[in-house]
Design a binder for this molecule. Structure first.
Ligand code: ADP
Ligand code: MG
Length: 758
């Protein structure tokens, strides 16, 4: 990103300082907070430090060229408190970079020392200079640092495991290379150089080069793997660094700068041209082209003006915007994505865990096979090659059987796919959502706010005898003014448009999927659908349906019917394209709505949805029951919804997909979240999930197949017929290669799209 400097938080007043808000542990009182402040401010390069005891957070502005976060954390630690910098993306990146550097050094040193080892071992007396009695000692000298220093991470991990009587892939490699190294060293030291040199010709009793090369290959494999997984997490990391550390808010008419973490819902935030937007909210004033590509994958900036929603992390290009914060800083869509990054980090941990679980089953089997091979070689092979071949088979089997690729097969693919999905504007909130969505054969859509825009406009007002249109609208609007429902907003908007004063209700209750009950100026008022009127004991003397696709709601005052209001909602622009894309994926669209048959049928007709797949007049409980039944049927259905009335259905759906503009309850109930309201992301997400599952299956097949074929070869199963067995060095190359190919296969998902984007 060209604006990375901006993301670091260059703000007026603090020059080019970096600003961070970080958690502080160990504070007991406000006095502790000022001690932390003093400790941080005492570090040269720190410009400003404010610590909130209540929030247990420190806001630190510092010059990144003069001081780094670790030094500041050190000063805070000496004062007796903990500044939690481990979660800071840059600190994490720095630590990972240092680890990678050391690993690269180990590989480089190991390779440089292994090369002459291989040359000596291969010369077999062809080069006299390499065949002297001193040569075995040279081999020992070259192999020892590789075995001890380069291989240390592997040995240390294996030892740590041994202490808990556990084994993992490190155990196999450590054991294999130790056998190779120790048996050679023993031959040399016990039998003397002359004897060892001789044995080296006849039976390869010296396997120094195998021990060294295996370790180098395993480390090289890890290096490549680490690079590839880092690349896999890149898309997610790009999102987390887009969080803006500081923001300007308007308080009592004056602009004030605060940490973005301190923004709360309802605050008025000012964003200047070229700055990133710090919070999700609604534009109150100004207009500007906003680049939302980071969140939605949409490359073209969009014009955003008063009344429209904007998201934290998107880039304001040319205009100035005043935004009313729609949530607190840690509740933005971006923060949720940052949560995903954390999950991706723990995915790395879970990669290790999966691999270890596999290893727990695998290792004993492999040890048994290796031992079997040793026994067979010792019993069956001719005397002179017996010992050397037994060692070789043991080493090869141990090394080739490492289940690294098996452990990587699923989690790496999920991680890459999560990054890809986030770039497309889809959040998979659980790893198993990919599996669920890939298996979907139908998608049930909610109508209002999902297939339609959710901004119904009043098209007809039909007052009962003795009532005027104005009186009817005014009463209905007063009852609805506190409702979040699309119908309610339409009625209130109509009242305002007609210049009717909207009374504040003294009591208000919403009944999801049915209507509202309110007290307005000593009258009880009910507004809702026909079922709601029946429930309230109101007789509706309206003249049937008018045959149009409009939604009709009825209004009652003090138990008597006073009129009906018709509203019409526009079908979303992207709905048609979405339905067509689903059909292309052989996914059947369905419609599930709380609205009546008529308007449901009109939308279904406009979108070419099969009338048999339309379920109208569903209560929220009815929706949930229906969706739960879909999960049992052979053609599993996903459910896409937005409203309070959809939350229950979203929770039982496997999977539930929530619209970005939907209610919070809907969003927290869903497995998958569309960042914006673009329906075309639904077929894209399905295609991506299917691709992900395909990659996982390929990975598993490859990893299993590779072990299945190579273990017998390493044990020497073909030797009696061909005189050939897999040499230890080749075994280690194959092992490293199989892990790398699993990761590389998964990386293909980074480019897995999917549909043409409009
Ligand atoms: P959908 O499933 O299409 O999103 P809902 O389940 O939210 O619709 O609502 C179903 C029907 O209940 C609406 O079409 C409307 O007739 C009625 N209704 C729900 N809430 C309200 C409300 N606040 N005011 C008036 N009518 C409502
Ligand atoms: Mg809805």
């Amino acid at each position: 990103m060209a604006d990375a400097a901006d993301a670091q938080g260059s703000r007026a007043g603090e020059g080019d300082a970096a600003v961070r808000v970080l958690p502080v542990d160990g504070m007991h009182c406000a006095a502790c907070a000022s001690k932390v402040e003093r400790a941080a401010k005492g570090v040269a390069g720190v410009r400003e430090a404010t610590v909130s005891f209540a929030a247990r957070r420190a806001r630190i502005a510092f010059d990144p060229r003069a001081v780094d976060l670790a030094q500041i954390a050190g000063a805070v630690r000496r004062a007796g408190f903990t500044l939690d910098i481990a979660r800071d993306p840059e600190v994490r990146a720095a630590r990972e970079a240092a680890d990678a550097r050391l690993l690269r050094l180990r590989v480089a040193v190991g390779a440089a020392l292994s090369l002459p080892l291989v040359v000596i071992a291969m010369s077999h007396g062809a080069i006299p200079a390499l065949d002297g009695p001193a040569m075995p000692w040279v081999q020992l000298a070259l192999a020892t640092p590789v075995y001890l220093w380069c291989g240390w991470p592997i040995h240390a991990a294996a030892l740590a495991r041994l202490r808990t009587f556990d084994a993992d892939m490190n155990t196999l490699v450590a054991l294999g290379t130790s056998v190779a190294f120790a048996s050679s060293a023993w031959t040399l030291l016990a039998g003397g150089a002359a004897h060892a040199g001789h044995a080296g010709h006849s039976g390869h009793a010296l396997t120094f080069e195998a021990a060294a090369v295996i370790l180098v290959f395993v480390l090289l494999g890890r290096l490549l793997e680490a690079r590839a997984t880092a690349r896999a997490g890149e898309a997610l990391r790009a999102l987390s660094t887009a969080a803006v550390p500081a923001a300007r808010v308007v308080v009592d008419g004056a602009e004030r700068e605060i940490a973005a973490a301190e923004i709360e819902a309802g605050m008025l935030v000012v964003v200047r041209p070229g700055e990133r937007i710090p919070i999700d909210g609604t534009v109150m004033r100004g207009e500007s082209e906003v680049d939302e590509s980071l969140l939605t994958g949409e490359p073209m900036p969009r014009l955003r003006r008063a009344g429209e929603r904007v998201f934290a992390g998107s880039l304001n290009t040319v205009g100035a915007l005043e935004i009313e914060a729609g949530c607190a800083a840690d509740e933005t869509m971006l923060a949720q994505i940052a949560g995903l990054v954390d999950e991706a980090q723990s995915t790395k941990a879970s990669i290790a865990r999966t691999a270890d679980r596999v290893a727990a089953v695998f290792v004993p089997i492999v040890l048994a096979i290796a031992l079997g091979a040793v026994v067979a070689w010792l019993l069956l092979a001719p005397e002179e090659i017996r010992r050397a071949r037994a060692v070789e088979a043991l080493v090869s089997v141990l090394v080739v059987a490492c289940p690294c690729a098996l452990g990587l097969a699923t989690p790496v693919a999920i991680m890459v796919a999560s990054g890809r999905a986030a770039a497309l504007g889809v959040l998979f909130r659980r790893a198993n959502a990919f599996e669920l969505l890939a298996g979907v054969g139908r998608v049930a859509f909610d109508k209002t706010g999902t297939l339609t825009e959710g901004r119904p406009a009043v098209t007809a007002v039909v007052p009962a005898h003795g009532w005027s249109e104005e009186a009817l609208i005014g009463l209905a609007a007063a009852a609805e003014v506190r409702s979040e429902h699309a119908v309610a907003r339409g009625i209130v908007a109509e009242a305002r448009a007609r210049g009717i004063h909207v009374e504040e209700p003294t009591a208000f209750t919403a009944f999801a999927g049915r209507g509202v009950h309110a007290k307005v100026l000593a009258h009880t008022v009910e507004v809702g659908n026909a079922a709601w009127m029946r429930e309230c004991g109101v007789t509706v003397d309206a003249h049937g349906s008018d045959g149009s696709g409009a939604t009709r709601v009825f209004v009652a005052a003090d138990g008597a019917f006073v009129g009906s209001i018709a509203l019409e909602d526009r079908v979303r622009d992207d709905a048609r394209e979405t339905i067509a894309a689903l059909r292309a994926l052989h996914v059947e669209p369905m419609l599930v709505t709380g609205d009546a048959e008529q308007p449901a049928g009109a939308v279904a007709k406009a979108l070419d949805i099969d009338p048999a797949a339309v379920h109208a007049s569903m209560t929220p409980e009815g929706k949930a029951a229906l969706v739960a039944r879909f999960a049992e049927e052979p053609r599993v259905a996903a459910f896409v919804g937005d409203g309070l009335n959809d939350a229950a259905a979203l929770a039982v759906a496997r999977p539930g997909i929530a619209m970005g503009g939907g209610t919070d309850l809907a969003k927290t109930s869903a497995d998958i979240l569309l960042v914006t309201d673009d329906l075309r992301r639904v077929p894209e997400a399905i295609a991506l999930s299917r691709a992900t599952l395909r990659v996982i299956r390929q990975n598993l097949a490859w990893a299993f197949g590779y072990n299945l074929v190579l273990i017998p070869l390493a044990a020497g199963a073909l030797y009696p017929w061909t005189g050939w067995m897999l040499p230890p060095v080749a075994a280690s190359a194959a092992m490293a290669l199989s892990s790398v190919s699993v990761v590389a296969n998964s990386l293909r998902l980074r480019r897995a799209v999917v549909m043409p984007r409009g």
